[in-house]
Design a protein. Sequence first.
Length: 699
Amino acid sequence: MPRRRGSSGAWWHLEAHGVGTKLTHWTRALRSRRRWPTPCPSARIAPPMKPAIPRTYSRYSLGRRRFLALVSGGLLAAPLAAEAQPTGRVYRIGYLSLQREEGDKSWVAAFRQGLRELGYVEGRNVAIEQRHAAGRSDRLPELASELVRLKIDVLVTYGLWALIDAGWKAPGALPMVFTVDPDPVGRGLVASLARPGGNITGLSDAHADLVSKRLALLKEAVPSAVRVGILFNPASALGPPQLKTAQAAAPALGMTVSPVEVRGRGRNDIDRAFETMGAKRFTGILVVGDPTIAVHRSRIAELAVKRRLPAVSTVRESAEAGLLMSYGADFRELWRRAATYVDKILKGARPATLPIEQPTKFELVINLKTPVTTRRAFIGTIAGGLLARPLAAEAQSSRKPPIVGVLGVSGEGPAAGIDRFFQGLRDLGWVEGQNVILERRIAEGREERLPALAAELILLKVDVILAAGGPASLNAARDATKTIPIVMVASSRDPIGTGLIQSYARPGGNITGLVTAPEELTGKQLELLKEARPGLSRVGILWDATTGPFRLQKETAEVAQTLGIELFPFEVHGPADFDGTVAAATKQRVGGLLFAGSPMFVRNRRKIADLLAKHRLPAISVWSSFTEAGVLIAYGPSLPDLFRRAAVYVDKILKGAKPGDLPVERPTKFELVINLKTAKALGLTIPQSLLQRADEIIQ
């Protein structure tokens, strides 16, 4: 259930549990002849406004016979009525994989575990039908059609790109969830990560962006691995992009990369590939992320060990099979997360509105039993390199505590999560005044002060800077230093388009962290605003002109067209423009407003809310602080979650990690907040379907 905030500002929420649980507690107490039991701990209201039921008051006692009569006519009838319905629906989930059944067994187990955590029990309320193509993409359409004939409710796939490339089209609007796809937007599977559109959603793992990182790890672990063969399938959509990335990254690492084709035809194909690598005297292997090759992981590992060739792959299962190392997303976690998509779809959500998630954690797995060169030389290299990093950081505990600089525009809006950042550091073992020094520099809303404050942090010789609260603080930090690590948090800028980083997976330079990408959320925000006010046909977008020119995202325009909404952008240069801008929007007869992410809007949100109330305009923004001020709806990333994760970046950097090696994260958790008091003042009745999806309701 959504959290609710009462008029007094107190928080409360109800945790719904089965009637059967509470009833068992009461009847058991009656059998023991207690007058009235202590309330069941599983049926709680927190924090309690007052005791719901006194612990043992005799005036509440009832005769056993009368109580059971009342219960049998009321509470007990509820589950019986439910059981009297058509036995409850059993949902049918289709799972289609390009792998062999044994190849993704642990991933499917994680998917099943995810479903169980969400209340699904196989044989009771869900059935899973599996089909595996064993690396043969030509079999996918036939297997997919088999699943469709079983009348599945949702199709979960590993290898959707190959299924689509094979020409298969889903009948009607069958919801589809892909567990892994490195580039769903570029491949045309979805319109955007924030709002996929159509009937497809899922998770992206960004294989190609991680290829250069894998090469660097291989070279660091085995310096002699300079001639590398890359196993790839030219007939697969996944192979060529990874080959191109590897060849571009190799010269800077002092390596050469040559393609070795594996067309996935069977064991003999793998044997021939290794004969080719032996003839060309390769000293290392890069195995691309591609299920048409992964089906042969056991044979690849066997031959790599036999020829003493160090190899790096994408998933831990390859290292467990015998390869030297793997680096990439935890596929078991991706499959478990896929269960949450299925749950939402089975409960009525449309795939088009479920944002594509990307992994926020990557794991490095090293198999020390794998024979490469001489064991003593390898262990010495590892101990002095990869495995030594955490130890080097721990050795600093006896030295001068590191200094973390915090640079922010103000303590409101996107920077309001700084306290959560400090808590995140404490959770990771960093205690201010003991093993870390925190230097705070907040501009109190005056952005012109930020360059001077950033310079102060540089003079203090900070070890890392947290740039919080929008582009201004990030710009000031970037202009002040090109060497000190900078962790951006809640940044609304396009980090690649503005040249801050090279790629999300491997940013390079001294900047990493978390971005919000508010423009990608605009389509979803329009949809929510339309749902709150169904007759909406004209929407104004307020844009902070000081952050750059207005750019209407293609997906936003498409959403607006689909919803029958005409968009009107209004540029704002400063707080003095608010009155005139809102008045101009009213003259244009707009029925609602949308605020692009901007610290200037956040600092003036109460004034904006008052103007909206005066002109009776519903509006939506990114941050929940707007709804607290009186704006109708907020939909955007969870600020506390972003700042908590920022602490993880700082922790890794203080322990020796390079910011250029830490992938930049985009939000994976979004919050919908609705102000019911504002809705009533505007004369709007918010649909129950929307209220039920809200994370927080202010009333």
